[in-house]
Design a protein around this ligand. Sequence first.
Ligand SMILES: *Cc1c(COP(=O)(O)O)cnc(C)c1O
Length: 388
Amino acid sequence: MKVPIARTSLTLQEKQSVLEPLHSGWLVQGPKVKNFEEQWSAFTKADHSIAVTSCTSALHLSLAALEFGPEDEAIVPAFTWVSTANVIEHLGGKVVFCDIKLDTFNIDIELVESKITEKTKVILPVHLFGLSVDMVSIVKLAKKYNLLIVEDAACGFGSMYHGNHVGTFGNAGCFSFHPRKAITTGEGGMVTTNDATLAEKIRRLRDHGAAMTDLQRHNGARPYLLADHPVAGYNQRMTDLQGSLGSAQMDRADDIVFERRRIAQKYDNAFENLDWLKTPLNKIGYEHGYQSYACLFEPEVINENSVSRINVMRNAWMDKLQKDGVSTRPATHAVHMLSYYKEKYGIKPVGFPNAYAADQCSISLPLFHGMKEDEQNFVIDKVLEFEL
Ligand SMILES: *Cc1c(COP(=O)(O)O)cnc(C)c1O
């Protein structure tokens, strides 16, 4: 048997939904995207949802609309997908990395305050792998220092923090529909916000800066007149082909979240007694969405001296699992260790010791909705088979 790290799971009806815009002829952002946005708002309870081409676009447009620019600094966890930092570079600002906690893989709240300077404009908390950041603490800090919050909720589908969906705490929340995420449109993303003015700004920036969408114009009294363009915007619109696919999956959104949690729970139970494998944190008030099942491989205490030794062991284990038919991945990467950031900011790997450790010692196991019981049992057997 071979079990992939993730597998896209679409129903026949979801696949066929893509044909509707092909038949109607309306392919670009239109009624399907609008419908998807409305479903997304209903699901997350955000006031506004704005579909875009990716989570990276969502982050970029949110920051641009908040007028983040070259004089500004943004605080970002050092362990995240690279684009959380890249968007800050795109807008000419400065990335200020902050270390993470190894039990959550999320930003270390205790350290955030020490990173705040006169130039700090935004905090970008990342709800990594579907576990919410402690948003009460982030919001409190933002209020104290008058900072903006853009949540990277790329992995946050179904992730709750004290009963509220992630992406609804900051000025904006950004989601991804890449196939590695729980809902997919191939490529795609969504911004959520409760700020009507910001929502309108992001809608315009996504659509060449137009004051009116094509759909509004076509359905309006004078479809023959073009819209005005009050700002120099971008083209980061989602197509209706994607909107249709996303929309169709939202009809079983709750089932998808439920199934991912059920699979995670089974892993949790199976690995309960493995003291060398730290499974994702379960904490009251933090309902995990399990975009992935990211564990920490910790055969001995992780510190500066042991980390490279543990990394060699982890890689050997991953190699064995791959040969056995179980696909795994490091949970994600430490951005400060990637060439661009290493060179530009001159940071040593141990500059952020926990991000470095997470980069070297984490392992994600296969988890996806549509995973069959015998597939999961196979993964569990192969993990339990391992001897240090
Ligand atoms: C997947 C991911 C992104 C990027 O999402 P895209 O839709 O591929 O642009 C950003 N941040 C995090 C934490 C992610 O996991």
